[in-house]
Ligand binder design. Structure first.
Ligand code: AMP
Ligand code: MG
Length: 421
């Protein structure tokens, strides 16, 4: 196979034959669907969950016309005849009594209190002059001034949130304002995290480490990356680079999880058993993507379990998780996949030569320039440098056609917040 050669030694070869970033995303969107059922969840536990059924507003918010300020409520018609009105009832927020004003009367009213019958406008107390039982209201108020209409936030019958919507504090506030307490959401998908590599040592609790060993940072990183998604994670630990051990662990995980995430062992080396394992146990849909970092990224399935094999290098694993696992976990979990927004910004760095036909994701951040934000990149490129991830606030994306970058050129920047981080 001519392809094999380019996989083994790519120093001078292009990434032309590998799947491109967009092709991989299309593949994921095409092949993946929601795999979980639904459940009712207490409102206060819905942060980050995906709504499963449209929520229809059972009532108006606010329920009643009410005052937006502390002041005086009156009829605009009376006000047009005379700006001096008689003191009427006093109405506070939470007052459940029904009030009405007489002709030429102004009610003393407080923020949030129900507008009395007969009133349609409110003047702020600071702008009014009160003498005995007369209130002088300032000129120039329009009908409806300082008044909040019933249903102006949410109308009864409105669809408040749609299925697939990730529930943020804003949505939770809206649902609470409607008085809802049990919310229909998709169940959490079950995700297994496995690190592969003979060199790996469990992080935490270890007092010594030998030359040649590496603490497993990927498991902790993936666990943390999963935290913003509605998933239940099993950490299955470290598996050595032994074909039977990789196969046993993956087969066991596949039986009880919706998704398996592995790191390491996804390349073509003699000690890399992940790809061969997927071929044996299930079906591989894609392997190797024309991106940097993260080329040896594998997708497949074992029965109904989706398999995603991330590269071992922490930076590559991080980037691939954001680019591919996060969308996949979102779609499988019933969420709506939203393409991260790219912001055109000015490059504050140079790259003399970038390989064609592959997309690169640099670790970067923005600084304020004279004419808008300027993207800076972490100076070193190594995909083992977690410090680059730490320095970064986002990814600078150089597409397949880009062959160099000069200072001042427009580049595309994706803040980490676009990935829920
Ligand atoms: P691999 O993809 O297995 O060839 O690993 C590539 C590089 O990433 C090697 O330097 C590994 O030591 C390193 N690596 C692999 N897995 C992990 C992990 N779980 N934590 C930290 N580094 C890792
Ligand atoms: Mg390895």
């Amino acid at each position: 196979m001519s392809r094999t050669a380019s996989l083994l030694n790519d120093c001078f070869l292009h990434d032309k034959d590998r799947l491109r970033h967009n092709e991989v995303l299309d593949l994921l969107k095409e092949r993946l669907t929601t795999v979980v059922g639904t459940e009712k969840c207490l409102l206060e536990e819905t942060l980050g969950r995906f709504l499963s059924t449209p929520v229809v507003a059972p009532r108006n918010v606010p329920l009643h016309d009410n005052s937006a300020v502390d002041g005086y409520a009156f009829s605009h018609k009376d006000y047009q005849l005379s700006r001096t009105l008689r003191a009427g009832p006093v109405i506070a927020a939470g007052d459940l009594e029904h009030y009405a004003i007489d002709d030429k009367e102004a009610a003393r009213i407080f923020t949030g209190a129900v507008i009395p019958d007969g009133a349609d406008t409110v003047a702020m107390q600071e702008d009014c002059t009160v003498t005995d039982d007369q209130i002088a209201v300032p000129p120039g108020l329009k009908t409806g001034a300082n008044l909040r209409k019933a249903g102006e936030d949410i109308k009864s019958g409105d669809i408040v949130t749609r299925p697939g919507k990730r529930l943020r504090p804003q949505e939770i506030a809206s649902l609470a304002s409607l008085g809802l307490s049990e919310i229909p959401v998709y169940r959490r998908i079950r995700v297994a995290i496995i690190s592969t590599g003979n060199e790996l040592l469990e992080a935490g609790g270890q007092t010594s480490i030998e030359t040649g060993q590496v603490f497993d940072s990927n498991s902790a990183m993936l666990l943390a990356l999963c935290a913003s998604l509605p998933v239940t994670v099993s950490r299955l630990g470290i598996v050595p680079d032994v074909a039977s051990a990789v196969e046993d662990t993956i087969a066991r995980a596949a039986a009880t999880h919706d998704v398996i995430l592995t790191t390491g062992g996804a390349s073509r080396g003699d000690e890399d058993h992940v790809v061969a394992t997927i071929d044996r146990l299930g079906k591989r849909h894609a392997w190797q993507i024309a991106i940097k970092p993260g080329r040896p990224m594998t997708f497949g399935q074992i029965g109904d379990c989706v398999f995603m094999g991330l590269p071992g290098n922490p930076v590559a694993a991080f980037v691939c998780f954001l680019l591919y696992c996060r969308p996949a976990l979102t779609i499988l979990g019933g969420g709506e996949y939203l393409e991260p927004t790219r912001f055109p910004v000015t490059a504050g760095f140079t790259i003399d030569r970038k390989k064609p036909d592959r997309r690169e994701f640099l670790r970067g951040w923005l600084t304020a320039g004279d004419s808008g934000p300027v993207a800076m990149k972490f100076e070193r490129d190594g995909s083992g440098l977690i410090s680059g991830l730490r320095a970064a606030n986002g990814l600078i994306e150089l597409d397949e056609e880009t062959s160099s970058v000069t200072i001042g050129q427009t580049v595309s920047y994706i803040p980490f917040s676009e990935f829920g981080l």
